[in-house]
Design a binder for this molecule. Structure first.
Ligand code: DAH
Length: 339
């Protein structure tokens, strides 16, 4: 009996040592320690052992069971640890690999220019105000001293919706709306989309404008020139010069067109300024007293100036864009250059 147990123990030891995975060690455990295992069978045979030998044999069997159990548990722990380790290794993540680039959106160059311009004017104390794109004939034309059937309407070809409703042709109606619901001092800029049935390299049926308006006591053309000079120097560069040329708009008297020295050649003359060194950027003037009166502001007490310009045009000048349609194509190769 004693020898059998010794043999069994050393058999178990060998099998445990050779068990190479969790299945194998479990098989060994069942083979020796399971309900119908080899050591269990020896324990069952104890009833045939003579009484005087029982304590001694019993001790040997128990010791053998403890030894085999301990060996199985050690091996089980070792195999579990190595399976976890190999899993960790095979499933490891290489954190030194560079990640996939995430594509970021950016602002359209016109939006960049609008933001810059609004920044300049708000720093000068102007408030930003917006108005409707579907406008009445009254605010788009009549309040601005362009009566029905007046030839001045031909300056701005118009998309009509009904006889009285239209897509605004300029942001100037916002000055009429503002003057009708507030009293001076007024200092506002109005950005927004405007519409005219034109479509070529320098015109688009939808484009953006910013209108500016100042109304107070004693406002003159000098104030207008000062504000526009500051604006041009900040938007383009410190060396930019400004010049006013006489012009005509029904809503201003006198009216001017404003040129700046070409931002591309600095005034020497180039393709962008067609060799003149100057580029026209906006229309402006002293508000026609008729417009002030139309809008409920006493023209014997107050005066003001107004100006309006196209954002696409300024964007083209600022970035040297040769054709306005590029601004509307939304080709990523073009847009990416601004962000
Ligand atoms: N509204 C004019 C246009 O769209 C631009 C303009 C000229 C606005 C003179 C003004 C101004 O406020 O005083 O062509």
């Amino acid at each position: 009996m004693e020898n059998r147990i010794k043999e069994l123990t050393s058999n178990a030891e060998l099998l445990i040592a050779n068990a190479s995975d969790l299945n194998a060690i479990n098989e060994v455990r069942v083979r020796f320690l399971g309900k119908s295992g080899e050591l269990t069978a020896v324990l069952k045979g104890m009833r045939d052992v003579p009484v005087e030998q029982k304590p001694m044999i019993g001790k040997i069997v128990n010791e053998a069971r403890d030894i085999i159990t301990a060996m199985v548990e050690d091996k089980l722990a070792a195999l579990t640890a190595s399976s976890i380790n190999s899993k960790l290794q095979s499933e490891s993540i290489d954190i030194t690999l560079s990640s996939k680039k995430c594509k970021k959106g950016g602002l359209h160059p016109c939006s960049i220019v609008v933001n810059e311009i609004l920044n300049i004017f708000t720093n000068l104390g102007f408030q930003v105000k917006q108005g409707p794109e579907v406008e009445t004939d009254f605010f788009n034309f009549q309040a601005l001293n362009i009566p029905l059937d007046h030839p001045a309407r031909e300056m701005q070809d118009t998309f009509y919706i009904t006889d009285d409703l239209l897509l605004r042709t300029h942001t100037s109606p916002v000055q009429a709306r503002t003057m009708m619901d507030s009293q001076p001092p007024i200092r506002i800029v109005n950005p927004g989309k405007v519409y005219r049935p034109d479509d070529d390299a320098t015109h688009s049926p939808m484009f953006q404008q910013i209108e500016g308006l100042v109304v107070d006591k004693g406002i003159t053309l000098c104030d207008l020139k000062g504000i526009l000079e500051t604006f041009a120097k900040t938007l383009f560069n410190e060396k930019t010069k400004t010049r006013l040329r006489p012009s005509f708009f029904p809503f201003t008297e006198p009216s001017v067109e404003v040129d700046v020295t070409c931002a591309v050649c600095g005034g020497k003359g180039c393709r962008i300024c067609k060799g003149t060194g100057w580029i026209e950027i906006l229309g402006a003037g002293i508000i026609n007293p008729k417009v002030l009166d139309n809008c409920g502001i006493d023209s014997t007490i107050y005066s003001g100036f107004a100006f309006g310009f196209g954002i696409e045009r300024i964007t083209m000048i600022k970035y040297g864009v040769p054709d306005m349609r590029i601004l509307f194509d939304n080709d990523n190769r073009f847009l990416k250059q601004f962000n």
